[in-house]
Design a protein around this ligand. Structure first.
Ligand code: ADP
Length: 504
């Protein structure tokens, strides 16, 4: 299934995956190795022992019969996991919940005593029904009985799928042994919560159930915070493949952030480094790394320049910091604080110190709270001036993971060039190996390389007479074929950028 993230929504091509999410990055890929393990386990599903209560199929129908637009029907073999996932994906479900019915699948309901890794929820919007995969390790496979398993019918954690009558929901790629135990989706024939009350676990928000309340809070805050996110967010979404020459740093981020964010269970008793310091010269990819990281981890991304926290009024900057931390403790996300040195300068007792010190203290306090909280959120602080930071800030437990984002070396320059060259046509006379040493000598950063190609492209438009055609209104789409960047275009661009750098 191909999914493309565009702006704040996921547009899905040729599929029925549905989303109303406002988080920038919700496409979670299934780890192939996990899928392989699941397939090899070939979990078989057998009849009930004793048969003292209705079959799983029957109980599944009771849950469907009890659905209204404020009810969640959860099917799970592990309530703790599904509760956690529900909060994580609250914004994707997007309905206020007053009741939940849970079909708890127990180990002893399986003939072969193996745990059924069922973890999904069904909800209703108007006349339509949706299933959300609450993972974390097992995929959902939803298809018509006659259809074969394929990638198209396999859904990963957090995926929301519109259900169609007659489809069978397979979890953990199990093989059905018995018709009585299939989860077959039949749209509600009648609304009848009586059986659900009797045979499923029912919870109500009225009985001050904290999980439901937390779910609603997260759902609402993710919808409202999305508005603010738009104004603070740089809207294009990047992946690690958009970043050149920083493979070592990306490997560290995979280790310390991506895997813990995607598989929290594996890291349950581990003290995670939730504060990461990215330091190094400007325009070399720190912000890009933050954006790509959030995207790859499936986390919301909040961009904030530290100077925006500084209101000049004692107390209100602290409050702004506290509010942002509150948000990321509610919902997993990445808060990226650019130019961090503006608010995290060493406390030194100088004249301005009172103002700065209290902000530093506030930040330290917030980081401690974040570290203690269960929410898998990260704060990335970016700075060109690591030397100015307060020592307490860079200690472990605060911003304990320090990653240097250096000026690109020759390999890095080439990798960055190739990334920005994608989708553009170049004349054959261009040899990148001639350009690289020039860029290296002129101390090109990543942004300069991107700029080289942009200016080179504009030069090509001028040289090829495309600008004249556009001005005269004679440009037609066929002319697009003519556009190709030549060596001379890049050399001119290079001279311009190199001179600008000297002038600075
Ligand atoms: P920083 O946060 O370190 O100041 P940015 O991440 O904002 O730098 O980089 C600015 C722009 O320069 C990016 O949006 C991208 O176009 C380009 N760029 C910088 N570094 C890289 C890189 N390593 N790979 C690809 N593009 C880069």
């Amino acid at each position: 299934m191909r999914v493309q993230a565009i702006n704040n929504n996921i547009i899905n091509i040729n599929s029925r995956k549905y989303t109303n999410t406002t988080s920038p990055t919700e496409t979670i890929k299934t780890d192939k190795s996990v899928r392989d393990v699941v397939a090899s386990q070939n979990i078989a599903f057998h009849g009930l022992f004793g048969n003292t209560k209705p079959s799983l199929s029957e109980r599944f129908q009771y849950g469907l019969e009890a659905l209204d637009e404020q009810t969640l029907f959860i099917v799970t073999s592990n309530e703790k996991d599904s509760n956690r996932a529900l909060k994580k994906f609250a914004s994707k479900i997007g309905i206020p919940v007053t009741k939940t019915y849970t079909l708890l699948v127990k180990d002893n309901e399986l003939k072969n005593d193996r745990t059924l890794d069922a973890n999904f929820a069904i909800f209703k919007k108007g006349d339509e029904y949706f299933a959300i995969n609450l993972g974390p390790l097992f995929g959902l496979d939803i298809r018509k009985p006659e259809a074969k398993y394929s990638k198209e019918t396999h859904y990963s954690e957090g995926d929301v799928v519109k259900l169609q009558a007659g489809e069978v929901i397979h979890t953990g790629e199990m093989v059905w042994k018995d018709e009585k135990h299939k989860f077959v989706f039949k749209p509600q024939q009648r609304y009848n919560p009586e059986n659900a009350k009797k045979f499923l676990i029912s919870k109500s928000a009225l009985s001050t159930d904290s999980d439901i309340q937390l779910f609603n809070q997260r759902m609402i805050s993710s919808l409202t915070s999305a508005k603010e996110q738009k104004s603070t967010n740089k809207t294009k979404y990047f992946n690690f493949s958009d970043i050149g020459g920083l493979d070592d740093i990306i490997a560290e981020l995979r280790k310390f952030v991506i895997r813990p964010a995607k598989y929290p269970d594996v890291f349950e008793n581990i003290r995670l480094n939730k504060g990461i310091l990215l330091y190094g010269p400007p325009r070399c990819g720190k912000t890009l790394l933050g954006q790509a990281l959030a995207n790859e981890a499936g986390l919301a991304f909040w961009y904030k320049n530290a100077n925006e926290f500084k209101s000049g009024v004692v107390g209100s900057s602290e409050e702004a910091v506290r509010n942002y931390f509150k948000e990321i403790m509610k919902e997993p996300g990445v808060l990226f604080i650019d130019e961090f040195d503006a608010i995290a300068k060493r406390r030194d007792g100088s004249s301005n110190a009172r103002y700065d010190d209290s902000l530093v203290n506030q930040l330290l306090g917030c980081m401690s709270d974040l570290e203690k909280s269960d929410t898998i959120s990260f704060v990335i602080a970016a700075t060109n001036r690591k030397d100015l930071l307060d020592d307490a800030m860079t200690a472990s437990g605060r911003f304990g993971l320090h990653l240097e984002v250096p000026m690109p070396d020759e390999q890095g320059l080439e990798a960055i060039f190739n990334i920005h060259a994608k989708g553009k046509k170049f004349d054959d006379d261009i040899s990148i190996s001639e350009l690289i040493p020039l860029m290296k000598d002129s101390m090109f950063n990543g942004s300069d390389v991107a700029e080289l190609i942009t200016i080179g492209y504009f030069n090509a438009l001028e040289r090829l007479g495309i600008n004249t055609k556009m001005d005269a209104g004679t440009f037609c789409s066929r002319d697009l074929q003519l556009i190709s960047i030549a060596k001379v275009d890049l050399l001119d661009a290079f001279t311009k950028i190199a001179n600008q750098k000297i002038a600075r």
